[in-house]
Design a protein around this ligand. Sequence first.
Ligand SMILES: *Cc1c(COP(=O)(O)O)cnc(C)c1O
Length: 427
Amino acid sequence: MKEIMPVPPAIVRNDYASIRELFAKNVVPSYGRFELVLSHGSGSYVFDVAGKRYLDLGSGIAVCCLGHTHPAITEALVEQSKKLIHVSNLYFTEPQGRLAAEIVKRIGAGKVFFSNSGAEANEGLYKLARKFGHDEGRFEILTATNSFHGRTLAGIAATGQEKVKKGFEPAVPGFRHVPFNDLAAARNAISPATVAILIEGVQGEGGVTPATPEYLLGLRALCDEKKLLLLMDGVQCGYFRTGKFQSFQRILEGVPGGEKFLPDGLSMAKSLGGGFPIGAFWLRAPYQDLLGPGTHASTFGGTPLACAVALKIFEVVEREKLDEHARKLGAWMQSELDRLAATYPTVVKGSRGLGFMLGLELAEKIPGFAASDKPAAIQFVNRLHAAGVLTIPAGTQIVRLLPPLNLKPQEADEGISKIEEIVKTLV
Ligand SMILES: *Cc1c(COP(=O)(O)O)cnc(C)c1O
């Protein structure tokens, strides 16, 4: 990146250098960060310390669902913080109860537990599965190859990617991976110890791959037959990104039998707080009381502050019909990505995804990338940074677009134009 970053004015260059220095000296280097130092944002745009503007088509990895500095979020934060920020779960508070009701209303009969992150929401699902199978000695959870479920010890054991596990052995026992969208593989993998199957409705980190309707319905029937819990990780693909609250509601829309489909447990986080940390898991009614008093807890889970913000976001999404918006504008963006694939096949192989969870699949051996050995996705994302657009790589060939749900049509157009400009230079 360094070579293509514009040279900032001297005073700002000092800012950039001094912040980089703070990180180099003081921050654990566990992230591969891009060479950008961001300072503020507004709507779909963020600005770096040099004042350069970027169209944010990544929204902080599918988190800032109303963009940056949305006045409704700011107001909810300010107003609730004047009232009550935290009291712990030793007591009842209204915002937590109301937020749980909003989530139940959008999924189905059941109950909700609040956490602070996606990995932690998934931990609750693993504990539910262990509790469910405990008296029969069943504990094993099948998850998918290329899945991603977070970075805790159980999270990396659940995640179907070797790179997250390496160096942290021994793995938490009780997780095995099966190919995604392969019902027969799931059936064949079931052992006497198996208690649950966990999948993402749309694999995110794994490269933006939606589950097929047949797979979802097939897993539901399989889990019913074998008395397994069907668990879904909706941390990235949930929250209206696909055009419906949860991805399975979109994937199964109009599919016979789809209207009755529900998982037994579902995790959420990322967009739920629009940037304020909050996670949650929903449990279907038959299992909603399995985690009884004393079995699971989180000090910060479901604070009045986090829940007030999340309630406000639901209100804005509903009022502005951002689900339909994401679906329509996402379909347009995807058709544009398909047009790029048709026009520049040596650079763009195709598109993936649903709504505002999109992947631009890059071709193998792009001529313009031959000079560097960095993965194509990283090189493409870097070029987009230079052009003033933020996107997120997934694997070596996929560039993810996870825009805020309130992205404006002209911003979508700007993003596509800038992507096309880069594509043209690579032919
Ligand atoms: C981001 C993500 C997680 C982990 O969430 P954290 O908040 O980073 O712990 C889990 N599952 C999926 C599908 C994700 O995209």
